[in-house]
Structure formats: C-alpha cells, structure tokens
Design a protein around this ligand. Structure first.
Ligand SMILES: [Zn+2]
Length: 125
C-alpha cells in the first residue's frame, strides 16, 4: 500500500515500503514540492490520530470476535493484540497520512510552475 501526497495525489508520502522504516517520509512531495513537515513536531498530533485508530480497531475487532466469530473474551483479546502488533506500522503510517490530509487539500494537476503562474495572474489584477 502506498500513500500519496494529499495535494497532487501523485507523489509518494513515504520513500520506501514499510520494511524500509515506518517514518521514512519525504521532506516534501517529489511531484509538487508540497512541504510534508509544515512545522517542527507536526506529526505529534498524528499520535492522537493513531490512538483513535487503535481504540476504534480494538472496539470493532472485539465486537467482531465476540459476536460474529463467537470467540471467548480471552481469545478475542489475544487475537486482537496479536493482529494489533502486526498492524502497528500500518496504523502509524495511516495516522500520518490522515493527519497531513487534514491540513493539505487536493489541488489537481498542481506543480510548481502551475503555482507560479497562478501567483503572477493575481499580481496583475
Ligand atoms: Zn504532491
């Protein structure tokens, strides 16, 4: 799974797959030069997002194990914690991808030249 730049949906957020490091992000978009770390500690907030994601996962997962798979509460917890450990790197990246998407909106076909062109037009008005 590859997460894309929230602005152009073209450049990759991360340099490598998860095996290459969970937080191995580009400093800026390789395609449109969108800054991926707008301020120091930008991704602190993503930790709260990760917390929300993992609590949601536990609640939904527990309900599925208990009522659909008919597992005992102990077996449900064991399974969820086991799967949770595997999912941690995915959740961590997912949290960062959601976080930056809250701050950067989609601009189709955006790249540097396009942006300068728009700026020149507004100057002339
Ligand atoms: Zn981009």
């Amino acid at each position: 799974m590859r997460w894309k730049c929230p602005r152009c949906h073209e450049g990759d957020l991360f340099k490598t797959g998860i095996a290459g490091g969970v937080y191995n992000m580009h400093k800026e978009c390789p395609h449109c030069k969108q800054d991926f770390e707008m301020e120091p500690g930008f991704y602190w907030g993503a930790m709260y997002m990760g917390y929300a994601l993992s609590s949601g996962y536990m609640l939904v997962g527990f309900a599925i194990c208990l009522w659909i798979l008919k597992l005992s509460p102990t077996a449900s917890f064991a399974l969820l914690i086991f799967l949770g450990i595997i999912m941690v790197p995915f959740l961590a990246r997912f949290a960062r991808a959601i976080w930056i998407n809250l701050y950067v909106s989609y601009e189709p076909h955006s790249h540097i030249e396009n942006h300068e062109h728009v700026d020149n037009q507004t100057d002339k008005k």
